[in-house]
Design a protein around this ligand. Sequence first.
Ligand SMILES: [Zn+2]
Length: 509
Amino acid sequence: MVFEVREVDLAGRIGRIYTRHGVIETPAFFPVIDVARQEVPIREVVEAGFGQVITNAYLVWRRFGAEAASRGVHSVLGFDGPVMTDSGAYQILEYGGVEVGQDEIVEYQKAIGSDIAVILDIPTGDVSRSEAERSVEETLRRAVEASRLVEGDERIWVLPVQGGRYFDLVEESARRAATISGYGMYGIGSPTVFLERYMYDVVIEAVRRAKLHLPWGRPVHLFGAGHPLIIPFAVAMGVDTFDSASYILYARDGRYMTEGGVYRLEELDYLPCSCPVCSRRSPEDLREAERHERTRMLALHNLYTISATLRRVKLAIREGRLWELLEEASRRHPAAARAMSLISRHTDMLSRGAPLSRGSVKGVRAYGVESLNNPKLQRFRDRSRLVLRLLAERYGGGRALFKPLEPKPQPGECERLVGGDPWIIYYQPFVGVFPVELCGAYPSIHVDHPGLGLPREVLEDLAGELEEAARMLSESGYSVELTYCSGVEWSSRLSSILAVRGLRLVDSC
Ligand SMILES: [Zn+2]
């Protein structure tokens, strides 16, 4: 077994990839290590929280040639954790390395002892459709051709899915990739231009379309994504691993990563971070440092930022609160808000992984309009509608009393109310309308929301649910009584909205 999934929330998972040099807990980030020029010693990269790295096999070959084959890439890097190697397709084009073909680069990655290796693909950049088609076809042709070399190999081989911003090509590429044997992992090419221009929606959509066709039980890598803003969204869509050189490229350029975006060092008056670099320094210290040292410190800070983001994402998955994390992250940058709005349109794909209930799951936190799309809440509302209808049929009529879930029922109160007269139906913003019988179901009474000043859309949504449930019960022969609580702001506003729609609520407070 190469990959083991241990926790799931949305389409994101905490898993383990087993390699010959150790276990990688996913979601995981592979910092790019340049064999020719590494300003941050690998020991410091590890200290920043990364137990795995990626390097470029073609550049190893250019610099070390046969020597790396006898020593092994771990010895070359001075690192004994899991090493991923990229085939270096870009660099081969750039340096005109025509002497290196598919078979050579595959055999070389075996010889230097990579733990996770990539075949020689043709990355799709921001190109015309015909060029994108060519990169898809050529990558698939090579994947089939390399299949005989990688099948049964002890390394994990990665098959890159191409197509760039042509999403039908991404789907086609993923669908066919999934049928080629020998590959334990899939990669999704993420053209750097889209990431640089903060076009996260394009990248997330490419991931979504690829994931529709890739086998669930294999890890999926997103190439070139190393920005803390995109990581939570990509994980929620099912990406397990990332790699990027952005931490060092940004540092060389004097750029400082935060979870909300990138600053230029000159424009920072304070360092909004408490990593080992920032907690002891001011922006002036960094600006005045000698160039090489400044680059090293900025790169380290950038690594710590990526590392903290990943840990936050893992904690959210563990707590079943990945959606809430996305909502928070979506406020940090318009690009993240765009990614969020894209994800909100595809919650069907995510709700399979949203926990219905689980030992460690915390209550749901709702903030605003986006929270209505939280798959956990959507699924609960769908289930409540169904249960309400089934129970209405079974009970066959009588009195039904709608009341706001405010204050929350005391422990044991719901159980006592079940089977009573009238039949109690609760309602609450974000949670919708549910019969007292569902008090014990997750997340019914375990939803925390601001209560005051809720957006009108949220109350309109609840009004619609209430109206529909009341009508259904009336039509099923129930005498329906609707109550609200005048002392509760959202409840009063809701009653005004319903009054306009011709439904009168009785004050029960
Ligand atoms: Zn820092």
